[in-house]
Design a protein around this ligand. Structure first.
Ligand code: TK8
Length: 336
């Protein structure tokens, strides 16, 4: 009897012993994720999928809370808070961060990417890793390239069908010199502005125009204060899911790995929800009365041609090696 009880007790402790160390690596964590976009943006779908994955991997110990509409500050401000270790995570466009990591400016070069698929291949591969090393050196761990997407122009004045139509248009650009130069070179009165100020600037007519993916035109309600939307697809910008390196380094290797793996799960979900919502968002803004037009492939080629000066002007500052690397990688992808 006694020996059976001891055997049973030993068996239980062995089983517990086997199960305990794996879970013991995970502590209770609750981290904040800052977002400039609103809660109905597909980033939230991605974060929900990421949370399900984290629950599974950490036995429910690692939780994240999204903050929306710039509640924890704009992209740049939130990113600086990560660098100084006072905030855990941000989902931000790469463009406002070029002052921190100049190489990120590569994504701002006009008409660089032609399709989502080639953008994914470049970002999820070696080139993306190469940029991640530069972010890491700046105190930022990039958990993955999520999608912001192809950017299109909306405005309150007229359809944009050729670059000359930008003449005199007061157009908000992100805090980024490549965007500033691209639109100034088209004749626009380009004004750098943080994302959180765009809606009211459009509403008060301080500016006429902005450029963002359809999903943002929809979820940030810009369509309420715009009359025209023109499919320029002049740039594809990613969202970076950044984590404070100072905080990340205090996490156990298993926790870090769970974050990386689950961010990839979230990214895939977010990208696929965006593809669907892009269509319904455009339908919704048209139903709200905006006039929609596309740009001919010939005109897009003309815009790219006109923009060569922007490539030349910014190549050294982005890093000639960086621009050459992305172009080489794109040439390989396109030759397949
Ligand atoms: C959201 C921004 C935004 C970006 C912009 O925080 O600023 O226009 O496209 O969506 O990162």
């Amino acid at each position: 009897m006694k020996s059976t009880a001891i055997k049973a007790a030993l068996l239980v402790s062995t089983l517990l012993g086997a199960a305990t160390p794996a879970m013991a690596e995970f502590q209770d964590r609750n981290f904040r994720v800052s977002n400039g976009i609103n809660e109905d943006h597909p980033v939230n779908n991605g974060m929900k999928a990421m949370q399900v994955c984290l629950d599974e991997k950490t036995g429910g110990k690692m939780k994240m809370t999204g903050f929306w509409g710039g509640a924890l500050g704009g992209d740049l401000q939130a990113t600086q808070a990560l660098r100084s270790g006072v905030q855990e995570a941000v989902v931000t466009s790469s463009s406002p961060l070029v002052g921190i990591v100049p190489a990120l400016g590569v994504f701002d070069l006009p008409f660089l990417f032609r399709s989502n698929e080639e953008a994914y291949e470049v970002m999820d591969g070696e080139f993306g890793d190469f940029l991640n090393e530069k972010l890491d050196a700046a105190g930022l761990v990039n958990l993955g390239y999520w999608e912001n997407g192809f950017r299109n122009v909306s405005n309150s004045k007229q359809p944009i069908t050729k670059w000359e139509d930008f003449e005199g248009l007061k157009l908000r650009v992100m805090q980024n010199n490549i965007f500033l130069d691209t639109f100034s070179n088209f004749g626009a009165n380009a004004t750098p502005m943080a994302f959180g100020e765009v809606f009211s600037a459009l509403e008060t007519k301080a500016i006429d125009a902005q450029e963002n993916p359809y999903v943002t035109l929809d979820t940030s309600k810009f369509y309420e204060v715009q009359n025209y939307v023109s499919e320029t697809k002049h740039a594809y910008t990613p969202f970076l899911f950044l984590f404070s390196k100072a905080i990340f380094n205090t996490y156990a290797p298993e926790e870090q790995q769970a974050l990386r793996d689950c961010a990839a799960v979230g990214r895939d979900e977010e990208r696929s929800v965006i593809q669907e919502l892009n269509k319904t968002s455009l339908a919704k803004v048209e139903a709200a009365g905006l006039k929609f037009n596309t740009i001919t492939p010939e005109e897009q080629a003309r815009m790219l041609e006109k923009s060569q000066v922007v490539y030349e002007k910014h190549k050294a500052e982005i890093g000639a090696d960086v621009v050459d690397a992305v172009q080489k990688s794109l040439a390989e992808i396109r030759a397949k």
